[in-house]
Design a protein around this ligand. Structure first.
Ligand SMILES: [Zn+2]
Length: 238
């Protein structure tokens, strides 16, 4: 009896082990499928949404910086400077968009280049003083010369060129063709004509068809669509 019982026990144990191995086998086979399924759910619904939102927010923070007669550049403002092949400098974050725009313009037969990019406060001081002296030489008194200079040159500390986000653009073709191309296309790359004639009452800067400012593609498209300058756009947003 004892012998038969032992045999039965051994048979039961082997059966248990076989069942266990089968279960492990099934689980092992299913595990990668479950993991892949979970990963796909994550990929399809969660990850892109989160990363897209944070990228947009991050860009808005720096690309919509307002510097004008009323808003001097913050004294602790800093960024990474990138030097272009003609030695003009820009904020490195706008380089990919600027390069794309220049590449596409070249394909349309217009070789754009940056005539003036980043300037520090000291360089802006020299430009302001030179324009002021020019006005004085034309016979204006100090107040007249100062006001006339302000129409053309931003005060040191209040120039967009000090942000590294603004560029004066020229090309080797006519000014008219250059500015027409820029007006029609720049917003697609995130750039806007910053000082349009019809907005000079708001910007306090006279028409500058060569001065372009990076604000990001989303903002640039909205500003063009709604005919807003940067001051108006930021006012509307707040
Ligand atoms: Zn400019």
């Amino acid at each position: 009896m004892a012998k038969r019982k032992k045999k039965k026990n051994i048979f039961g144990t082997v059966l248990h082990i076989l069942c266990l191995l089968l279960c492990i086998g099934i689980l092992t086979a299913l595990a990668p499928m479950v993991i892949t399924l979970l990963a796909n759910i994550n990929e399809t619904y969660d990850i892109p949404v989160i990363s897209q939102t944070s990228a947009e927010n991050t860009e808005e923070d720096w690309a919509l910086l307002l510097v004008n007669y009323d808003h001097p550049l913050p004294s602790d403002y800093s960024f990474e400077i990138l030097t272009l092949s003609n030695n003009e400098e820009i904020d490195e974050r706008i380089y990919p968009a600027l390069q794309n725009m220049f590449d596409d313009a070249r394909n349309d037969g217009i070789n754009l280049f940056v005539r003036s990019g980043y300037r520090d406060k000291e360089e802006q001081e020299i430009i302001f003083q030179n324009k002021f002296n020019e006005c004085m030489d034309e016979g204006m008194n100090e107040e007249e010369a100062y006001q006339e200079t302000l129409r053309w040159v931003a005060e040191p500390g209040k120039s967009e060129h000090e942000t590294g986000l603004a560029v004066d653009i020229n090309s080797e073709v006519s000014a008219e063709d250059t500015y027409n191309w820029l007006i029609s296309n720049s917003y697609k790359y995130g750039f806007i004509q910053r000082y349009a004639e019809e907005k000079s009452a708001v910007t306090k800067v006279y028409n500058e068809p060569w001065h372009y400012r990076y604000v990001g593609i989303k903002a640039a498209k909205e500003m063009v669509r709604d005919d807003l300058c940067l001051e108006e756009y930021l006012e509307n947003k707040s």
